[in-house]
Design a binder for this molecule. Structure first.
Ligand code: S6P
Ligand code: ZN
Length: 199
Protein backbone atom coordinates (compact mmCIF):
# COMPACT_ATOMS: atom_id res chain seq x y z
CA UNK A 1 0.00 0.00 0.00
CA UNK A 2 1.37 3.41 -0.95
CA UNK A 3 2.27 5.67 1.92
CA UNK A 4 1.05 8.79 0.19
CA UNK A 5 -1.84 11.14 0.98
CA UNK A 6 -5.22 10.36 -0.54
CA UNK A 7 -8.51 12.22 -0.80
CA UNK A 8 -11.93 10.71 -1.36
CA UNK A 9 -15.03 12.73 -2.22
CA UNK A 10 -18.27 11.86 -0.48
CA UNK A 11 -20.81 13.94 -2.31
CA UNK A 12 -24.56 14.23 -1.99
CA UNK A 13 -26.77 12.83 -3.28
CA UNK A 14 -24.60 9.99 -4.68
CA UNK A 15 -22.84 9.34 -1.32
CA UNK A 16 -21.13 6.17 -2.57
CA UNK A 17 -17.41 6.98 -2.73
CA UNK A 18 -15.66 6.63 -6.07
CA UNK A 19 -12.85 4.67 -4.42
CA UNK A 20 -12.80 2.26 -1.48
CA UNK A 21 -10.99 -0.89 -0.32
CA UNK A 22 -13.91 -3.04 0.74
CA UNK A 23 -17.70 -2.97 0.71
CA UNK A 24 -19.47 -4.97 3.42
CA UNK A 25 -23.14 -5.89 3.09
CA UNK A 26 -24.97 -7.06 6.21
CA UNK A 27 -28.29 -8.82 5.81
CA UNK A 28 -30.95 -9.72 8.34
CA UNK A 29 -29.79 -13.36 8.41
CA UNK A 30 -26.47 -12.26 9.95
CA UNK A 31 -28.31 -10.81 12.97
CA UNK A 32 -29.75 -14.07 14.33
CA UNK A 33 -30.58 -13.74 18.04
CA UNK A 34 -29.95 -9.99 18.19
CA UNK A 35 -33.49 -8.59 17.85
CA UNK A 36 -35.82 -8.76 20.85
CA UNK A 37 -38.87 -10.13 19.03
CA UNK A 38 -37.70 -13.53 17.76
CA UNK A 39 -41.03 -14.31 16.16
CA UNK A 40 -40.97 -11.06 14.18
CA UNK A 41 -37.37 -11.82 13.18
CA UNK A 42 -38.27 -15.27 11.86
CA UNK A 43 -41.33 -13.96 10.05
CA UNK A 44 -39.49 -11.02 8.47
CA UNK A 45 -36.63 -13.29 7.40
CA UNK A 46 -39.03 -15.81 5.85
CA UNK A 47 -40.34 -13.06 3.59
CA UNK A 48 -36.95 -11.64 2.56
CA UNK A 49 -33.36 -11.59 3.77
CA UNK A 50 -33.34 -7.79 3.87
CA UNK A 51 -30.20 -5.72 3.48
CA UNK A 52 -29.83 -3.84 6.79
CA UNK A 53 -26.62 -1.90 6.20
CA UNK A 54 -23.56 -1.39 4.05
CA UNK A 55 -20.07 -0.24 4.95
CA UNK A 56 -17.48 1.22 2.55
CA UNK A 57 -14.04 0.93 4.12
CA UNK A 58 -10.89 2.94 3.47
CA UNK A 59 -8.27 0.61 4.86
CA UNK A 60 -4.70 1.17 5.95
CA UNK A 61 -1.97 -1.22 7.13
CA UNK A 62 -2.67 -2.61 10.61
CA UNK A 63 0.09 -0.57 12.24
CA UNK A 64 0.16 1.76 15.23
CA UNK A 65 -0.32 5.33 14.01
CA UNK A 66 -2.47 4.30 11.01
CA UNK A 67 -6.21 5.09 10.85
CA UNK A 68 -8.98 3.13 9.14
CA UNK A 69 -12.04 5.08 8.06
CA UNK A 70 -15.20 4.63 6.06
CA UNK A 71 -18.84 5.21 5.47
CA UNK A 72 -21.72 3.35 7.09
CA UNK A 73 -25.15 3.35 5.43
CA UNK A 74 -27.84 1.91 7.71
CA UNK A 75 -31.17 1.47 5.97
CA UNK A 76 -34.51 2.25 7.65
CA UNK A 77 -36.85 -0.45 8.90
CA UNK A 78 -37.89 -2.46 11.92
CA UNK A 79 -38.05 -6.03 13.18
CA UNK A 80 -41.21 -5.97 15.28
CA UNK A 81 -40.90 -2.69 17.18
CA UNK A 82 -37.11 -2.63 17.09
CA UNK A 83 -35.33 -0.39 14.62
CA UNK A 84 -32.73 -1.70 12.17
CA UNK A 85 -29.29 -1.59 13.78
CA UNK A 86 -25.71 -2.66 13.23
CA UNK A 87 -24.33 -5.79 14.88
CA UNK A 88 -22.23 -3.67 17.21
CA UNK A 89 -18.85 -4.56 18.65
CA UNK A 90 -16.08 -3.90 21.11
CA UNK A 91 -12.71 -3.23 19.55
CA UNK A 92 -10.43 -6.23 19.98
CA UNK A 93 -7.80 -3.82 21.23
CA UNK A 94 -10.18 -2.52 23.87
CA UNK A 95 -8.23 0.66 24.57
CA UNK A 96 -8.96 2.16 21.14
CA UNK A 97 -11.48 4.92 20.45
CA UNK A 98 -13.53 5.88 17.39
CA UNK A 99 -15.05 9.08 15.98
CA UNK A 100 -18.34 9.13 14.05
CA UNK A 101 -19.59 12.07 12.02
CA UNK A 102 -23.26 11.95 11.02
CA UNK A 103 -23.89 13.02 7.45
CA UNK A 104 -27.54 12.14 6.93
CA UNK A 105 -30.61 10.69 8.62
CA UNK A 106 -31.68 10.23 12.20
CA UNK A 107 -30.57 7.70 14.75
CA UNK A 108 -28.69 6.92 17.91
CA UNK A 109 -25.46 5.26 18.98
CA UNK A 110 -25.94 2.71 21.76
CA UNK A 111 -22.79 2.20 23.81
CA UNK A 112 -21.61 0.22 26.81
CA UNK A 113 -18.47 -0.82 28.65
CA UNK A 114 -17.53 -4.34 29.79
CA UNK A 115 -18.38 -3.18 33.32
CA UNK A 116 -21.99 -2.40 32.33
CA UNK A 117 -21.94 1.39 32.04
CA UNK A 118 -24.16 2.47 29.17
CA UNK A 119 -24.99 5.56 27.12
CA UNK A 120 -27.14 6.46 24.13
CA UNK A 121 -26.35 9.52 22.02
CA UNK A 122 -28.37 10.99 19.17
CA UNK A 123 -27.02 11.04 15.65
CA UNK A 124 -28.29 13.79 13.36
CA UNK A 125 -26.50 15.51 10.48
CA UNK A 126 -23.53 17.52 11.73
CA UNK A 127 -23.09 15.63 15.00
CA UNK A 128 -19.58 14.42 15.81
CA UNK A 129 -19.67 11.54 18.27
CA UNK A 130 -16.61 10.41 20.21
CA UNK A 131 -16.70 6.78 21.32
CA UNK A 132 -14.00 6.46 24.01
CA UNK A 133 -11.72 3.44 24.43
CA UNK A 134 -13.49 0.41 26.02
CA UNK A 135 -16.99 1.35 24.79
CA UNK A 136 -18.82 -1.10 22.52
CA UNK A 137 -20.93 0.71 19.91
CA UNK A 138 -23.97 0.01 17.74
CA UNK A 139 -25.77 2.46 15.46
CA UNK A 140 -29.56 2.39 15.22
CA UNK A 141 -31.64 4.05 12.49
CA UNK A 142 -34.68 5.63 14.15
CA UNK A 143 -35.76 7.46 10.98
CA UNK A 144 -38.92 6.37 9.24
CA UNK A 145 -37.80 6.23 5.65
CA UNK A 146 -34.28 7.61 5.38
CA UNK A 147 -30.82 6.02 5.50
CA UNK A 148 -28.63 6.85 8.51
CA UNK A 149 -25.24 7.73 7.04
CA UNK A 150 -22.12 8.18 9.16
CA UNK A 151 -18.43 8.60 8.47
CA UNK A 152 -16.11 6.92 10.99
CA UNK A 153 -12.40 6.90 11.84
CA UNK A 154 -10.57 4.58 14.24
CA UNK A 155 -7.08 3.15 14.81
CA UNK A 156 -6.20 0.58 12.16
CA UNK A 157 -4.96 -1.83 14.85
CA UNK A 158 -8.36 -1.82 16.68
CA UNK A 159 -9.95 -5.01 15.26
CA UNK A 160 -13.57 -6.05 15.88
CA UNK A 161 -14.84 -8.23 18.70
CA UNK A 162 -18.43 -9.20 17.80
CA UNK A 163 -18.58 -12.30 20.00
CA UNK A 164 -19.09 -10.61 23.36
CA UNK A 165 -22.08 -8.66 22.04
CA UNK A 166 -23.56 -11.69 20.28
CA UNK A 167 -23.71 -13.55 23.60
CA UNK A 168 -26.43 -11.39 25.13
CA UNK A 169 -26.75 -8.18 23.11
CA UNK A 170 -26.43 -4.63 24.39
CA UNK A 171 -27.82 -3.66 27.77
CA UNK A 172 -30.26 -1.22 26.17
CA UNK A 173 -32.50 -1.67 23.13
CA UNK A 174 -34.12 1.03 21.00
CA UNK A 175 -37.78 0.37 20.23
CA UNK A 176 -40.49 2.34 18.47
CA UNK A 177 -42.96 3.23 21.23
CA UNK A 178 -45.54 4.22 18.60
CA UNK A 179 -44.66 7.77 19.50
CA UNK A 180 -40.97 7.77 18.60
CA UNK A 181 -37.93 5.90 19.88
CA UNK A 182 -37.62 4.72 23.47
CA UNK A 183 -34.75 3.11 25.37
CA UNK A 184 -35.70 -0.16 27.03
CA UNK A 185 -33.84 -2.78 29.07
CA UNK A 186 -32.71 -5.86 27.18
CA UNK A 187 -34.14 -8.84 29.11
CA UNK A 188 -31.31 -11.08 27.85
CA UNK A 189 -28.62 -8.85 29.36
CA UNK A 190 -26.99 -9.88 32.62
CA UNK A 191 -24.72 -7.77 34.79
CA UNK A 192 -21.02 -8.79 34.61
CA UNK A 193 -21.00 -10.15 38.18
CA UNK A 194 -24.02 -12.40 37.47
CA UNK A 195 -22.60 -13.50 34.11
CA UNK A 196 -19.23 -14.38 35.60
CA UNK A 197 -20.82 -16.43 38.38
CA UNK A 198 -22.15 -18.67 35.64
CA UNK A 199 -25.84 -18.26 36.51
C1 S6P B 1 -15.56 0.03 12.89
C2 S6P B 1 -16.72 0.97 12.94
C3 S6P B 1 -17.71 0.83 11.78
C4 S6P B 1 -18.65 -0.36 11.92
C5 S6P B 1 -19.86 -0.24 11.04
C6 S6P B 1 -20.71 -1.48 11.03
O1 S6P B 1 -14.83 0.03 14.06
O2 S6P B 1 -17.34 0.95 14.18
O3 S6P B 1 -17.03 0.67 10.61
O4 S6P B 1 -17.92 -1.52 11.58
O5 S6P B 1 -20.62 0.83 11.46
O6 S6P B 1 -20.98 -1.96 12.31
P1 S6P B 1 -20.58 -3.43 12.76
O7 S6P B 1 -20.89 -3.48 14.21
O8 S6P B 1 -21.35 -4.40 11.94
O9 S6P B 1 -19.09 -3.57 12.48
ZN1 ZN C 1 -15.83 0.34 15.97
Amino acid sequence: MNNVPFAIAIKFPEIIPGMYDSHILRKLSSMQGQFLDEQAFTQTLSQEDLLLYEVYNFERPKLGGELDSGLSILHPGKVGQEYFMTKGHFHTVLETAEVYYCLKGKGVMVMETPEGEWDVKELTPGVVLYVPPRWAHRSVNTGNDEDLITFFVYPAIAGHNYGDIELQGFRKLILDSGNGPEIVDNPRWQAPEVRHNGS
